[in-house]
Ligand binder design. Structure first.
Ligand SMILES: [Fe+2]
Ligand SMILES: [Fe+2]
Length: 272
C-alpha cells in the first residue's frame, strides 16, 4: 500500500498549496491513502470545519492535528461528529473528538490512523503518549484487524520522537513526526520494519519563522516585547511530507521517502 502524509498546513498559502497539489501528487505517486496535518490551517492557529471539509475534498482521507487543535473554538462543536478528524489521543479525558480512526482505501484495505502528542518541552499535562500508543496498537494488530497503521507523533523533541518510533517499531507502518515545521533528513525503515521520519516539515512558506511572517517573531527575539499579532507568511508554500510503501501481508514498511514540492525548498520526489 502507498500512503502519503503531509505535514502541518500553515495559513492560506499552505492550504491552497495542498488543495492545488494534492490531487496531482496522489496521481503521480499512485497514492492509496492520504493524511494531512491541519493544526495550523486557520491563520496559523487551529482549523475550521470548512477547511477540514475542503482538505478532504482535495484528496485527504484523514486530517490530523496537534497542540493547536482547539484554537478555533468551533472545533469543540463538531470534532466528535467527524470520524476523519483527529486530535491527540492522549489529550486528558472528556474533550470532544477522537485520537484514532479506521479508514478504508478505495479497494477496501483498512488503515488505522492515530494522532498522539509528545510531552517534552510542551504540554507536560497530557497523558502518557507511550501508554496511549500501547492501548491503540493492542486493539488493532497489523496483518489481522488492519492492513496498515500510521501514527502522527506531534512533538517538539527529536529524542522523544525517536524513542516513540523504537517503542512501536514492528507494530506500525509509519511513525511520522509533526509540529516543528522543519523537515528532517532521517527517513528510514527501523529495524523492526516501521517507517520513520522525525518531522515531515510544514506545508507553508519557508521565507518565515515556522510559517509565520518573520518580522514579529524576530522582533520578539530582539526586544522581548510583542509588537503585533503573529500572522502566517504569504509567499508560495512548499508542500512537505513523506510517502511510505507497505507490504500488504504484514503492514510493515518496505520503503519511506520524503516529498517536497513548490515554494523555496529544493524539490524532492519519492523514488519508491
Ligand atoms: Fe504545527
Ligand atoms: Fe504543533
Amino acid at each position: 500500500m502507498r500512503i502519503l502524509f503531509l505535514g502541518d498546513m500553515v495559513g492560506k498559502t499552505g492550504r491552497e498549496a495542498v488543495y492545488n497539489r494534492l490531487p496531482k501528487i496522489r496521481d503521480r505517486l499512485s497514492v492509496d491513502l492520504a493524511i494531512v496535518n491541519g493544526e495550523n490551517a486557520a491563520s496559523g492557529f487551529g482549523i475550521t470545519r470548512k477547511i477540514y471539509q475542503a482538505t478532504l475534498d482535495a484528496g485527504a482521507d484523514v486530517v490530523t492535528t496537534g497542540n493547536h487543535v482547539f484554537d478555533q473554538k468551533e472545533v469543540l462543536n463538531w470534532a466528535s461528529e467527524e470520524d476523519r478528524f483527529l486530535r491527540p489521543a492522549n489529550w486528558p479525558g472528556g474533550v470532544p473528538g477522537r485520537g484514532s480512526t479506521m479508514v478504508e482505501t478505495n479497494d477496501g484495505r483498512r488503515v488505522l490512523v492515530a494522532n498522539i502528542m509528545g510531552r517534552v518541552f510542551m504540554h507536560p499535562e497530557l497523558d502518557d503518549p507511550f501508554k496511549a500508543a500501547e492501548d491503540i496498537l493492542a486493539a488493532a494488530p497489523m496483518g489481522d484487524v488492519v492492513d496498515a497503521i500510521v501514527i502522527d507523533f506531534h512533538a517538539e523533541a527529536t529524542s522523544e520522537k525517536q524513542c516513540f518510533g523504537h517503542f512501536v517499531d514492528g507494530r506500525a507502518s509509519l511513525v511520522v513526526g509533526t509540529h516543528t515545521h522543519i523537515p528532517t533528513a532521517d527517513h528510514q525503515v527501523l529495524v523492526g520494519g516501521t517507517g520513520y521520519l522525525s518531522d515531515a516539515g510544514m506545508c507553508g512558506d519557508y521565507d518565515s519563522s515556522l510559517g509565520m511572517d518573520k518580522e514579529e517573531p524576530l522582533n520578539r527575539f530582539l526586544t522581548k516585547v510583542p509588537k503585533g499579532r503573529m500572522e502566517p507568511a504569504s509567499g508560495e508554500a512548499t508542500v512537505c511530507g513523506v510517502l511510505v510503501v507497505t507490504d500488504d501481508s504484514t503492514g510493515l514498511a518496505t520503503g519511506v521517502e520524503p516529498l517536497r514540492v513548490g515554494g523555496r525548498l529544493a524539490e524532492v520526489w519519492p523514488t519508491i
